[in-house]
Ligand binder design. Sequence first.
Ligand code: GAR
Length: 221
Amino acid sequence: MIAANTNSTDCLISPAISPALIEGNAKIAAPLKIGILASGSGSNFEVIAQAIQQGQLNAKIPVLIYNNPEAKAVARAEKYGIPSILLNHRDCKSREELDTKIVKTFQEYDVEWVVMAGWMRIVTKVLLDAFPNKVINIHPSLLPSFPGIRAVEQALAAKVKITGCTVHIAHLEVDSGPILMQAAVPVLPDDTPETLHGRIQVQEHKIMLGAIALIADRPPV
Ligand code: GAR
């Protein structure tokens, strides 16, 4: 199982949840079935898929849903033999209609938890009520600072010296909900949105795995 990295320059803030599996426990919980929502590159999705493949996470990904036909996440899914399904928001009349299709698809694949791994749509009660407190989101800032779009640009404009990333349980208000894990990233004098986002993403990949490990280490059924 993956442990939070606390011995580097990363500033990880662990939650008040302790892994339920203890060493020597003979019964192992069934792999956690995680449905992924991704809109773009899918690097966070791939670190989860890779950790599962390498036996580092007690989880599996039954399906990836993407909303953008150009999403590079699809090629990553193919690499890991994970089915991917396009649910294009442009084909839906409302956010609720998209979320209804997402819920139906995830239920068909028996998904237990939902991970928004770079999901650039605002989610509604339809999704959150179907998976109560079981939808997690990753955001490129130290929430509650800089919620919403262009979080990295917001941090640069505010001239903060430290920003970072957050994995949290998603509640209805955009980028709100209980924080599972965070990592701090220094802002350097010459940073552009691209250089800063690049360093934030290195930390995102660590806290994404750390947060999922916390959830996947659940009591045996
Ligand atoms: C990540 O940096 C994630 O924090 C951000 O999108 C990027 C997706 O990267 N998410 C948001 O801004 C959501 N509010 P990826 O596709 O390579 O995982």
